[in-house]
Design a protein around this ligand. Structure first.
Ligand code: GLU
Length: 283
């Protein structure tokens, strides 16, 4: 019998903000196949932190689309199958709060009351690619520092060190980022209380026992941010396999609003096997 600890655990973690497109389908298939080929388990986690854009009906549709494709999860989903739930991020606030408290106790976070306009006005120079790097207006002069929590609304920002984080991606090879230069101090909880993806994804992947993360290549830099958080929280870092992003006929990265490649259109035109072949680039 296989040692239980060795069974690979993968996950698909979609945001229910619209119908899946071919790129999402590709990520789902790749993460599913990777663990299933080795007798592993596949988790479906609903990443619905963005309460403005997430909808229960999209999550239901997502489940229906996955089942139509033949991708049945072993754990998770709206029915919270399995021991590590709840599997919707909107229901995991207390868990994130406990983890944020641990990081705060290390003196590595600070309250930030900058508006988006302030941040744009004071961002570090040289960001020609559209990434906004926090200029450090609210950062205490010396870190670590336990900063008293002020009155009023503020977000909680994590201080990042000026040092390199490297990891080996299964598809893209060795990746190295310097968080201070590549992303800057980043938010863990927004001023309206919304948890940041970076914190939630690390806490969830760690507590759900995920051993490998297969997802789109747009999250390579996020992986460095997440590795920093894994280390701060003392959790084991999973393996990472980022996959190339799908593009539309104009060469732009697919978005949920691109109806041509959405599951609604794909299901109307093709069989599940044909959609899978399309997603894998076999046709
Ligand atoms: N929820 C993210 C998305 O739908 C995926 C995050 C991840 O796989 O880590 O883009």
């Amino acid at each position: 019998m296989m040692d239980n600890k060795k069974v690979p655990v993968g996950r698909f973690a979609p945001s229910p903000t619209g119908r899946m497109h071919l790129g999402n389908v590709y990520a789902a298939i790749m993460s599913y196949q990777s663990v299933k080929a080795r007798g592993g388990r596949w988790i479906l986690r609903i990443e619905d932190l963005d309460s403005q854009r997430s909808r229960l009906e999209y999550a239901r549709q997502l489940e229906d689309d996955l089942l139509w494709l033949g991708l049945q999860w072993d754990e998770g989903g709206l029915d919270n199958i399995g021991p590590n739930g709840p599997y919707c991020q909107s229901q995991r606030s207390e868990i994130y709060a406990e983890h944020l408290a641990k990081i705060k106790a290390k003196g590595l976070t600070y309250p930030c009351s900058c508006s988006r306009a302030d941040i744009l006005a004071t961002q570090a120079p040289h960001q020609s690619d559209g990434r906004v790097i926090y200029g450090g207006t609210c950062r205490p002069p010396k870190m670590p520092t336990i900063v008293p929590e002020p009155e009023g609304r503020y977000s909680t920002r994590l201080w990042v060190p000026d040092s390199e984080i490297s990891f080996i991606d299964r598809n893209f090879g060795k990746q190295t980022f310097n968080l201070a230069h590549d992303c800057g101090d980043f938010i863990l909880q927004r001023s309206d209380g919304q948890w940041a993806y970076q914190l939630a994804v690390v806490v969830d992947d760690a507590l759900m026992g995920v051993t490998e993360v297969v997802r789109g290549a747009d999250l390579l830099l996020s992986t460095a941010q997440q590795i920093y958080l894994y280390n701060l929280l003392g959790y084991q870092i999973p393996e990472f396999a980022h996959i190339p992003l799908k593009t539309n006929s104009a060469g732009q990265r697919l978005a949920k609003r691109d109806s041509a490649m959405s599951m609604a259109e794909l299901r109307a035109r093709y069989s599940p096997a044909e959609v899978i072949a399309l997603a894998l680039g076999h046709v």
